[in-house]
Design a protein around this ligand. Structure first.
Ligand SMILES: [Zn+2]
Length: 279
C-alpha cells in the first residue's frame, strides 16, 4: 500500500479532477495520539481545524508527496510513503473507510486519509511549508524522475564524481534525485543489469544511459498500470504493477536467467538482486 512517486502522481491527478472548488465544511481526526507522538501528524491539532472554510485550489505531487492547496492560505501535505489510503467518497454520508483525517466538503462529498505505516499527514499554512520535512525534501530544486528535464545528460552530470554506492546516490536524504524508494531502486537496478554495490562514478556512458532509461520506464509502467500491486487509488481501485525484485522473490529463480535471487544488506535496508544479471 506504499505511496511512492508514481502512486502519489496518480492520487494527485485524480484529486485534481475531483476536488478543486470544494469547500471544507468539517474535519475529523481519529486515533491521532500515536501518529502525533512519532511525528506523522501535526503536534498542534489546531492546524487541521484551520482547513475548515478553505476551498481547494489545486493538487500537485512531487516525489512521494501530494500537496493540496486551499484558498485560505492552508495546505494539506499527504505522504503515506510506507503505506496508507487516500479515498474520495462521492456520498460522504455513507463513507465507511477507516481514517486518521477526514475532510467533509460542503457539497456532501468527503476525503479520508489513513496511514497504515510510516508517512505524513500535515496541515500547514503557506509560511509553514518549508518547516515540513517532506515538503523540503520533495518540493526542492532536485530533479524528479517525473520532470521533463530529467534527461540522460542531466542525470549523467549528477552521477559523475559520486564516489558512493548507487543506493546512497539514488535513495534517501542524500540522493541526487527525489522520489526513488528502495522498491523502485531494486527493480531499476535489475532492469539496468547493475549490481547495487557499484559506485556511481564507476558507471560508463552506456550504463548511465541504461540506468536512466530503466528509471523512466519503471515510473511510466507503474503509472500506466495504476500503481504498485498493493496500492489503492482515490476510488479504491487496485494497482497492477508487480515488482520484479523484492521480498516476494527470495529464493526464487531470476525471471531472466533462472539463477537464485539473492538478498544483500545495503545502506540500512535489504536489496534483492540476481547475482548473474547484475554486475
Ligand atoms: Zn538473472
Amino acid at each position: 500500500m506504499s505511496v511512492e512517486l508514481p502512486e502519489a502522481c496518480i492520487l494527485a491527478e485524480q484529486m485534481n479532477t475531483e476536488l478543486p472548488g470544494k469547500k471544507v465544511q468539517t474535519i475529523q481526526i481519529r486515533d491521532y495520539e500515536r501518529m502525533q507522538r512519532i511525528g506523522f501528524m501535526n503536534k498542534d491539532l489546531n492546524g487541521y481545524d484551520r482547513l475548515v472554510g478553505g476551498t481547494v485550489k489545486s493538487i500537485t505531487s512531487r516525489g512521494n508527496t501530494v500537496l493540496t492547496r486551499l484558498d485560505n492560505g492552508m495546505n494539506l501535505l499527504i505522504a503515506p510513503e510506507y503505506g496508507g489510503k487516500v479515498l474520495y467518497h462521492e456520498d460522504g454520508g455513507s463513507a465507511t473507510a477507516k481514517y486518521h483525517l477526514r475532510l467533509d466538503f460542503v457539497d456532501g462529498t468527503a476525503l479520508t486519509v489513513r496511514l497504515t505505516s510510516m508517512g505524513v499527514i500535515q496541515a500547514v499554512d503557506d509560511e509553514g511549508l518549508e518547516g515540513s520535512y517532506v515538503y523540503r525534501r520533495d518540493f526542492s530544486d532536485k530533479l524528479s524522475p517525473g520532470d521533463e528535464e530529467f534527461t540522460s545528460e542531466k542525470f549523467a552530470g549528477l552521477l559523475v564524481e559520486r564516489n558512493r554506492q548507487l543506493k546512497q546516490v539514488l535513495v534517501g536524504k542524500d540522493a541526487v534525485v527525489v522520489g526513488l524508494s528502495n522498491s523502485v531502486f531494486q527493480d531499476v537496478l535489475f532492469r539496468a543489469g547493475l549490481h547495487p554495490r557499484r559506485k556511481a562514478s564507476s558507471l560508463d556512458e552506456d550504463e548511465v544511459r541504461s540506468l536512466h532509461g530503466a528509471i523512466v520506464a519503471l515510473v511510466r509502467e507503474r503509472l500506466r498500470l495504476g500503481g504498485k500491486d498493493r496500492f489503492q487509488d482515490l476510488h479504491g481501485s487496485q494497482g497492477m504493477y508487480v515488482p520484479a525484485m523484492g521480498p516476494n522473490m527470495k529464493g526464487q529463480p531470476c525471471p531472466v536467467c533462472g539463477t537464485g535471487v539473492e538478498r544483500l544488506s545495503i545502506g540500512g535496508g535489504q536489496v534483492y538482486l540476481c547475482p548473474e544479471c547484475q554486475k
